[in-house]
Design a binder for this molecule. Structure first.
Ligand code: ADP
Length: 635
């Protein structure tokens, strides 16, 4: 096939432009990206060899070579290689969701180019250092190779070309002249390359080699060095130590090594918040090196987000993002799992049904949750950070994973009406006054609105703390979290609120009886006025200062839930609620003598007030404010 020139996709062009013109610091990371791709390509080949014995190569390696004259640096690998379509797909276009995120974050990336790898556009980092890149590749099993070439402007060329070395990829960078820069790095210099490899790629499993030429002393026939006489000698040197870090004894691993490996697996430039290094023995033997990131990855919670550690079998890479190794609610856990028991030819499709994978997953979840427990008791500050970033994800487990529900409940932290700091349910129960029977909670979008809510009035009076739930998953989690130990979780915005003992309850009813009787006609008129919106008007003792509030039926969705559904465009017909009135509020004594028309007017105002107090929107704000103005005029 003849040479063809093609255009980069628009976003790719924009990314290239950024690489070429705006990124100046940390340029050396291009090498990390290329080595990481080469290592992936070798992993892929090793996996394919299981079914294609004739593709097997013994001496898997990555090689660096330089040429001073042509000012080129070449990175070779004898990995899986790419065919024409794959080159166009993988190098010519960036079909990843990362592209948009990359462009959105471009200002940040200009300051910290080391973040590039996170966005799956690592290859393009070559244009930070090169003004022309030639990629020569051949896919294992193919008879002919492909040359791809670009100067980083809008186009690239692609043509067939034989590759004497067979399968693999060589990427040749025609280095830019950077000698005028403040702190120039010479990527033709062996020492520079060696230190960059050491820094970023030391644990890469395959040898990263370079043919190094040195001046060595000459020796006479007795083995003594001859003064002032040297000769040149070339030999292959391996720059990296190649240690599969997850198989090593944790005692021998430094924090820096753990961090470097974290960067390798996640492309996250920050240090991990927590490292979990675990060797499982017994029914399932495996090694796991897992990490909890410090902050939310850019693609977190996107619909197509892939998660899960990479799976290896006896050091052979099988799959990255193995979603069957951890449940969804641990989707923030990154790292590597290496099994000793799985068959090497475990196919990616079958992983899901594999019984042994399930056993590994069980063991992993239990180990991770145990480590969280230790963090909560021994490194509270670190755990608080974890909770702030990933707590709402972890909580999903309460609803999703029955067998670990109890452990997850113990790990959950809550905000309450009375204090700033987060607490566990255990702590909440320990702090409950002796008279308090149940655990009280409320759901809503805003802590500030909830903290001043009328629903809290009575509970505050009794010194009862109320747990405030603000995460969007909470309503769903609460369906599964109905009790803790022997205590029920009770919503203070639903059903009857029964705060005291049986005796107190009876006394309360007696006290209310006369008020209920007296206000009955008013309640009926109000109900008639608001029939369209509410189920009932009821005299209650839920409130202390406020005149009214809206209460959902015990098994009905809360107002917060309805607001959330509405936002998602899934609003169901609203369930009518009960308007509870505070009989001690002077408004009602006033209203008793009113005409039906005036009752209608005031009921509407009260109803809208109740909506505003709970953080809901009112239907006709203009009418509401006109009604208020009129009241003021008549006052
Ligand atoms: P990422 O590695 O994050 O996917 P890159 O831009 O670095 O993004 O690479 C894009 C893709 O090109 C890789 O996913 C891989 O499929 C392919 N690729 C890059 N380098 C090589 C290589 N040396 N051998 C085989 N395939 C490669």
């Amino acid at each position: 096939m003849s040479k063809e020139t093609r255009q980069f996709a628009t976003e790719t062009k924009q990314i290239l432009d950024l690489m070429v013109n705006s990124l100046y610091s940390h340029r050396e990371i291009f090498l990390r990206e290329l080595i990481s791709n080469a290592s992936d390509a070798l992993d892929k080949l090793r996996f394919e060899e299981i079914n294609h014995k004739d593709w097997a190569v013994e001496d898997k390696h990555i090689r660096l070579s330089t040429d001073r004259e042509s000012k080129t640096l070449t990175i070779h690998d004898n990995g899986i290689g790419m065919n024409r379509d794959e080159v166009i797909q993988n190098i010519g276009t960036i079909a990843y969701s990362g592209t948009k995120a990359f462009l959105k974050n471009s200002e940040k990336i200009k300051e910290r180019p080391e973040l590039i790898g996170q966005f799956g556009v690592g290859f393009y980092a070559v244009f930070m250092v090169a003004d022309k890149v030639t990629l020569h590749t051949q896919r294992a099993g193919d008879a002919v190779g492909i040359i791809w070439e670009s100067t980083g402007d809008g186009n690239y060329s692609i043509e067939e070309a034989s590759r004497p070395q067979g399968a693999g990829t060589s990427i040749t960078l025609h280095l830019k002249d950077m000698s005028q820069e403040d702190d120039p790095q010479d990527f033709l210099e062996e020492w520079t390359l060696r230190s960059v490899v050491k820094k970023y790629s030391d644990f890469i499993e395959y040898p990263i080699k370079m043919l190094v030429t040195r001046e060595v002393p000459e020796f006479d026939k007795d083995g003594k060095p001859v003064e002032d006489k040297t000769k040149k000698e070339s030999s292959d040197e391996v720059f990296n130590s190649q240690k599969a870090i997850w198989l090593r004894d944790p005692k021998d691993i430094t924090q820096d090594e753990y961090k470097d490996f974290y960067k390798h697996v996640t492309n996250d430039w920050n240090a991990p918040l927590e490292t979990i290094h675990y060797k499982a023995e017994g029914t399932q033997e495996f090694n796991a090196l897992l990490y909890i990131p410090e902050s939310v990855p850019f693609d977190y919670n996107q619909r197509d987000m892939k998660y899960g550690p990479s799976l290896y079998v006896k050091r052979v890479f099988i799959s990255d993002n193995c979603e069957d190794l951890v449940p969804q609610y641990l989707r923030f856990v990154k790292g590597v799992v290496d099994s000793n028991d799985l068959p090497l030819n475990v196919s990616r499709e079958l992983i899901q049904k594999d019984r042994q994978i399930n056993l590994i997953r069980k063991a992993l979840v239990s180990k991770i949750l145990r480590q969280f427990k230790t963090m909560l008791t021994k490194e509270k500050d670190t755990y608080l950070k974890l909770w702030k970033v990933f707590g709402s994800t972890l909580k999903e487990g309460i609803a999703m994973d029955f067998s670990n529900k109890d452990a997850l409940v113990e790990l959950s932290l809550f905000k309450t009406s009375e204090r700033e700091e987060l607490m566990t349910l255990k702590e909440y129960v320990e702090k409950m006054p002796a008279s308090q029977k149940d655990i009280y909670y409320m759901t809503g979008e805003s802590l500030d609105i909830m903290k001043t809510s009328p629903y809290l009035e009575k509970l505050k009076e009794k010194n009862y703390e109320v747990i405030l739930f603000t995460d969007s998953v909470d309503e769903w989690v609460l369906n599964s979290l109905t009790e803790y130990g022997d205590k029920k979780l009770v919503s203070i915005t639903k059903g009857d609120l029964d705060l005291g003992t049986e005796e107190e309850k009876k006394e309360k009813e007696k006290e209310l009886e006369s008020k209920v009787e007296r206000l009955k006609p008013l309640c009926e008129s109000m109900k008639k006025a608001l029939e369209e919106y509410i189920k009932e008007v009821k005299v209650s003792d839920r409130l202390v200062k406020s005149p009214v509030c809206l209460v959902s039926g015990e098994h009905d969705p809360s107002a917060h839930m309805e607001r959330m559904l509405e936002k998602l465009g899934q609003a169901a017909p609203k369930t009518k609620r009960t308007l509870e009135i505070n009989p001690n509020h002077p408004i009602f004594a006033k209203m008793e003598g009113f005409s039906e028309e005036k009752i209608l007017n005031w009921s509407e105002i009260l109803y809208n007030q109740a909506l505003l107090n709970e953080g809901s929107q009112i239907k006709d704000p203009v009418k509401f404010s006109n009604q208020l103005s009129e009241l003021m005029v008549n006052a």
